[in-house]
Design a protein around this ligand. Sequence first.
Ligand SMILES: [Zn+2]
Length: 250
Amino acid sequence: MNESVRGLILKQIDYRESDVILSVLTEEYGKLSFLAAGARKISSKNAGAIIPCTIAEIQFDWHMNRSVQRLKTARAKKMYPRIHRDLNASACAMMMAETADVMTLAEDELGTAEAEAQLLEKGWDALEAGHRGDLITALYLADMMKLFGIEPDVDECVRCGSLSVSAVSAEDGGFLCPDCAAKAGVQPLPAEQLRQFRLIVKAGLTHIDHVLEKTDGRFSGLGYLSAMIRLHAGVSLRSFDLVGRLFAIE
Ligand SMILES: [Zn+2]
């Protein structure tokens, strides 16, 4: 059956001589895999539309029993030229794409695909608009953690419930009070950074303008959030290391 879907290209894997297999996030079907035959040939009409960090309209043959669908044509809907030109922005866009790729279950078992697709598009849009990559990625990860019910606790000490907090612990998944931080051997953070971290976690991408206004341009909390998502969602990706190096994150 002939189908058409708008999807976010997450990943492209070379396959056979000139084909590629794509991982694509869609609102309607969740995550789909496509075989794009001949996409690596110079003559391919689809190649430009299926680059990772692009949004495309994909025509395909739907077969229920196939885990990889056959792509017929792909037309770019959003190209994100700035992201593809800029190393920092593209590293952040790929980190988001890989996170979505790993966290989204096939068949959309958790029913999160629609929200995830909208979230990732919002993140890419913000990068394309030229906002700070580390901050946008941190807001995106905070939103993803919320979607999967593993957001950091930034209202009290995770261990004892004390409202006096002094540190962030990736292992504990949130704030620690001075006593618990000392026991855990976690370094305290300046109060201003704790405040910013709480704001980033609470606000997410929806309130990006407010966050940009209230953060000082240095602290993004990305190191903590990527460590948490690695520890608590089991997402560990090479793109995390690249972003870490580019933004000199702890
Ligand atoms: Zn405590």
